[in-house]
Design a protein around this ligand. Structure first.
Ligand SMILES: Nc1ncnc2c1ncn2[C@@H]1O[C@H](COP(=O)(O)OP(=O)(O)OP(=O)(O)O)[C@@H](O)[C@H]1O
Ligand SMILES: [Mg+2]
Length: 312
């Protein structure tokens, strides 16, 4: 059985199709990454899946429950950290955690136990007495994510939880999430940071303009595009005709930056590179630096979003 089963779901805001006919499913114990540029429809999708609003069309099953017919049943079983900051300004960090546990009817003993663990796991011990309004943005975000773990849940939705976190806090959170997934938690995770998705997620969906462009494992995504390499050439000096000279080469996409940097994406990188070097050499154009590397996930993402835009 899937933990999340979304069939042909759309959401319209007036005439804007924020989510456009998406279908996806998430298996228990997995981390599903939802990636896309600003305005792609990530937060709207999270709001639909967490029953904060109903879809315009389609069907949604969360933990086997029809989420459109029984939103409250769903809400009792899931955790949600939305993109917007949410905190009570005058409460201290420890009171925030405790109050959240109370809201979820967690017993006093259990609340105390969980709070002490979370204060350590989220590196909040030193600031446990501080009021939320006196915290930094990153500290506040950590409290907002930590308090969600005060209650039991099978499925957790996180909408860009690492925004504002420094690299150490970011890595800590990702490792904490991985640990929880090992004990059976399922996570639906949005981000636009590809390296994060690659580190954490079992499957990645790329969404743009409300539509899912692709769903695959990080490895499969890389394999699909794995043949592609990025070649970077730095010329010693600007040359006015270099772009027209290279325009005759096929099987590649060439971009020029500042007149001296040439970036080439190609699946035939060796062939393309030979041709480029010949042209540059024949014309006496000197190279200062040259590198070729496999296209990373970040570039795959940008390319897919670009291609999706030009198709429309
Ligand atoms: N309440 C609303 N009313 C009207 N339009 C909205 C509303 N909320 C979102 N939208 C629009 O829906 C689209 C998707 O927005 P959404 O917030 O889901 O994007 P996102 O992928 O979460 O972006 P970001 O990365 O910036 O958080 C955008 O075009 C946005 O302007
Ligand atoms: Mg968003």
């Amino acid at each position: 059985m899937s933990c999340i089963d979304v069939q042909c779901v759309s959401k319209l805001y007036g005439s804007i199709k924020a989510v456009d006919n998406i279908t996806l499913s998430v298996k228990p114990g997995k981390v599903f990454g939802f990636l896309g540029p600003n305005g792609a429809g990530k937060s709207t999708t999270i709001k639909l899946l967490t029953t904060l609003m109903p879809p315009s069309n389609g069907s949604l099953s969360i933990l086997g429950i029809d989420a459109i017919a029984n939103p409250l049943q769903v809400r009792h079983k899931i955790g949600v950290v939305l993109q917007q900051p949410s905190y009570e300004p005058t409460l201290s960090v420890e009171k925030s955690l405790d109050k959240y546990g109370m809201m979820w009817n967690v017993s006093k003993n259990e609340r105390k136990k969980r709070m002490e663990r979370l204060l350590v796991d989220f590196d909040l011990n030193e600031i446990r007495k501080k009021r939320n309004e006196d915290l930094s943005i990153g500290q506040r975000r950590r409290v907002q994510v930590a308090r969600e773990f005060m209650h039991d849940m099978e499925l957790l939705f996180l909408d860009e939880p690492t925004v504002g976190l420094d690299p150490t806090a970011r890595r800590n959170l990702l490792d904490y999430l991985k640990k929880r997934v090992k004990t059976g938690l399922t996570i639906f995770y949005t981000t636009h940071i590809l390296s994060e998705a690659e580190y954490l997620c079992d499957e990645i969906a790329i969404i743009d303009k409300g539509k899912i462009i692709t769903i695959d494992s990080p490895d499969a995504l890389k394999n699909k595009f794995g043949k592609e390499k990025t070649i970077k050439i730095h010329l010693l000096k600007k040359h006015p005709d270099v772009s027209s000279m290279l325009s005759t080469i096929s099987d590649c996409e060439i971009n020029f930056k500042n007149g001296t940097n040439i970036i080439i994406h190609s699946e035939q990188s060796e062939l393309v590179l030979l041709q480029i070097l010949k042209i540059l050499n024949d014309n006496g154009i000197e190279i200062e630096d040259l590198s070729a590397m496999p296209t990373n996930l970040e570039e795959i993402f940008l390319k897919m979003v670009r291609e999706n835009s030009s198709d429309n």
